[in-house]
Write a new protein. Sequence first.
Length: 393
Amino acid sequence: MRTFYVIVASRSRATAEKLAGHLAQRREFEVKLRVIANGHSDPLHGVKELPELLLMHYGPGNDELEYLAEHGVREQLPLIVCGPVDDPEAMRLAMRAGARDYLPENASAEDFVASVLRIQEETIRARTAGSGKLIVVANGKGGSGASFLATNLAHSLVVDGDHRVTLVDLDLQFGGLSRYLDITAKVGILQAIDAADEIDEMSAQAYTHEHASGLRLLAAPAKHLVLANNISIEKLETVLDAYLSINDYLVADSPARLDPVTELFFERADKIVIVTQQSLPHVHDSARLLHLLTSEIGIQKKRITVVVNRVSKNAQITIADIQKALRTKEVITIPNHYRIASESINAGIPVAEISKTAALSRGIRKLQVALTNPVSQPSPGFLKRAMPNFLGG
């Protein structure tokens, strides 16, 4: 997994170590200390490899923040300032320096982590600006129906949303998305990875197969054993970027496991769909996956959508039980329609092509709309986050 490089700068080694300690336990962060000495006002003086974020401690009388306010952070480097809670001058200088956030010195580790995660997400979004969106669909527990939903979600994005879409099979050992579309796949993601050094917008399509609907499939045909650890993540990221550049959406079907391949896609995803069902083992494993994504990989919960598949009103475990267990207020439900789902899978025909009016088809369209037209809540700006600290809130 690609780490987010942070430099923590302070005139005090003890303070720098304390601030770095708030972040050091998160494996998605690479944290280095910078103890400012030798009379240099520039906190990045002599730094050869610029970080992706500068977290700088400010103390009264220190001139590093004034230097940044006058000269700017090199190459528009994101900046978080940590300083006294009751010092308006510090806040004024932080604003002039272009700080993304101002945190009091006694802020909790959770506040520091949340602030850095917010900037990490902004950085990832900026890196992929102008490209397609990535939706990763994953089983909370094997057999929840993620592959079926990923295929039909991708199909809905094409036929209902009029988008350019490529469906990606990430199951390198047992990839089977081609069967859901009645496609015989001769090439796919492994060949694209092998050609990553030369892949471009034109050649990328040569490794996909087009369905009659216009949906394209980047399959995972594996005649031999393929382990995720044997895949070059750098080349895979090149392939991912190539397909994002020529699509409105990539829909990736992820197996129910974490490995270097799936971690890359989870990290880069605009939306992650966790598919579960109304049983204790499904809910237990889904809760575990959610914990790993949010606590170990650093995925923000707002990027995750929980889908309960094959919903039954008579099930012992209710939707409210699942919401409570997974600590989520909203879930999307997909009705249980065994006959149509079975016909779709066996014939390799998307559900909407069998019956557009069936409850199952309507549920998939509802999921498609929810993922592509979310009701967004604006994140609080610098002043809104910082002012309560100065007002005693």
